[in-house]
Design a protein around this ligand. Structure first.
Ligand code: ATP
Ligand code: MG
Length: 316
C-alpha cells in the first residue's frame, strides 16, 4: 500500500543466514517476521543487544542483503530504484574513509557523486561541514581525526546529497562524552530540518534525547514499539543504589543487604521497595550518604521488555 506519510514500511521481514559447510551447516534466524512503519520526519530508534538483528534490518532496507521473506518499501518505492537511493543517506557501523585526504576533500568527492560542482559544491560542502561541526578541522587529514571526528565526517558524507531519510548504524558507539553530545546535537538539528532519522543503537541516552519512537528488537523479534514520551511518562521501575557508611553494617542485621553493606558500603534496591526501606533505615537511625538511580527509565523499559535485569556496579 502506498502511504505518502510513511518513510519506511517493513512487512513480514525474515532473514536466515546459512553459514558453515555441508557437514556442519549453521543456520541463524536473524530476523523473524518483522513489521514496522516509520513516518516521514520521524526520528526512530531501533534498540537491541548485540546480535539482535539491527544491522541485518538496515542492510535489507538498503538492499545490501535480500530477505528470506517479506518486503520493504522505502520512501514509497523500492531501494533498487536509483531515484529512491538518491534520497537516502547512510552511515555504516564501521565507516571507512581514505585517510590521506582531508575532510573537505572527502565531502567534495561525495558531493560530486551527487552532481554538485563548482560554487554549488563548495557551498554545499561548507554547509555540511558546519552542520557536522567539522569546519575547523576540514583542511586536516583524515588520518589525524579522532573517532568522533570520523563519525561526524561519516554523517557529513551521508548528508551531502540532501537525503530525506538518514539511516545510521550505531552512530554513537565508541564516542567519548563530548563526541557523543556533538553527535546528539547534530541529530537534533537534523530533526528540526525535517530529515527522517532511523538509528540503530544500544545507547539509551541517545534515544531519549533524539528519537520520537523506538522499537525493541530481541533475538530477531520486534518485541515492542512505543513513543519515547509515553515511556518516559510510564511508571517503569528503576533500580537504585543506596550508599551508607560501612561502619553501620552491624545495624543492618536481619536485613537482606547486610553483607553488601559491609563489603561495598551500600546496597541495591528496587524502586518499589525504596520508600519503605528508607523509612526502616530512618527508624534504625542509619544515615544514607547518597541514592542513585542505576539506570534511566528508558534503560529500565528496555531491560524489562527483553526480560533482563539492570547491571549493578561492583556486584559480582
Ligand atoms: N553475514 C552473516 N553470516 C552469518 N550470520 C550473520 C551474518 N550477519 C549477522 N549474522 C548473525 O545474525 C544475527 C544478527 O546480527 P546483526 O549483525 O544483524 O545484529 P546487530 O543487532 O546489528 O548486533 P550488533 O549490536 O552486535 O551490531 C547474529 O546472530 C549474527 O551473528
Ligand atoms: Mg550491528
Amino acid at each position: 500500500m502506498t502511504d505518502p506519510t510513511l518513510a519506511i514500511q517493513i512487512e513480514g521481514l525474515s532473514k536466515t543466514y546459512k553459514t558453515g559447510f555441508w557437514l556442519a551447516p549453521k543456520v541463524t534466524q536473524a530476523l523473524k517476521n518483522l513489521s514496522l512503519d516509520v513516518r516521514e520526519k520521524e526520528a526512530f530508534g531501533l534498540l537491541g543487544l548485540n546480535g539482535a538483528g539491527k544491522t541485518t534490518t538496515i542492510k535489507i532496507m538498503l538492499g545490501f542483503l535480500s530477505p528470506t521473506s517479506g518486503a520493504v518499501k522505502i520512501l514509497n518505492g523500492r531501494i533498487s530504484d536509483q531515484n529512491i537511493r538518491q534520497q537516502i543517506g547512510y552511515l555504516s557501523e564501521l565507516p571507512y574513509f581514505s585517510r590521506q585526504h582531508t575532510g573537505r576533500e572527502l565531502l567534495e568527492y561525495f558531493g560530486s557523486l551527487h552532481n554538485f560542482s563548482g560554487k554549488d559544491l563548495r557551498y554545499k560542502v561548507d554547509e555540511v561541514l558546519e552542520l557536522v561541526r567539522m569546519t575547523k578541522a576540514a583542511n586536516e587529514k583524515v588520518s589525524g581525526y579522532s573517532k568522533g571526528m570520523l563519525q561526524r565526517i561519516g554523517i557529513g558524507q551521508a548528508l551531502i546529497g540532501n537525503p530525506k531519510l538518514l539511516i545510521c548504524d550505531e552512530p554513537m558507539s565508541g564516542l567519548d562524552p563530548v563526541g557523543y553530545k556533538e553527535m546528539r546535537d547534530i541529530f537534533i538539528d537534523l530533526k528540526k530540518r525535517g530529515t527522517t532519522l532511523f538509528l540503530n543503537t544500544h545507547i539509551m541516552d541517545e534515544v531519549e534525547r533524539v528519537c520520537d519512537r523506538i522499537g525493541i528488537l530481541h533475538g530477531g523479534e520486534l518485541k515492542k514499539v512505543a513513543l519515547v514520551s509515553n515511556i518516559l511518562r510510564s511508571s517503569v521501575e528503576v533500580d537504585y543504589w543506596v550508599d551508607v557508611d560501612p561502619q553501620d553494617a552491624p545495624k543492618f542485621i536481619g536485613m537482606p543487604f547486610q553483607a553488601t553493606v559491609a563489603e561495598k558500603g551500600g546496597f541495591h534496591i528496587r524502586g518499589n521497595e525504596l520508600p519503605e526501606t528508607l523509612a526502616t533505615l530512618n527508624q534504625k537511625n542509619i544515615k544514607t550518604k547518597g541514592i542513585r538511580a542505576l539506570s534511566s527509565v528508558m534503560e529500565a523499559y528496555f531491560l524489562k521488555t527483553i526480560g533482563a535485569q539492570a547491571m549493578v556496579p561492583g556486584r559480582g
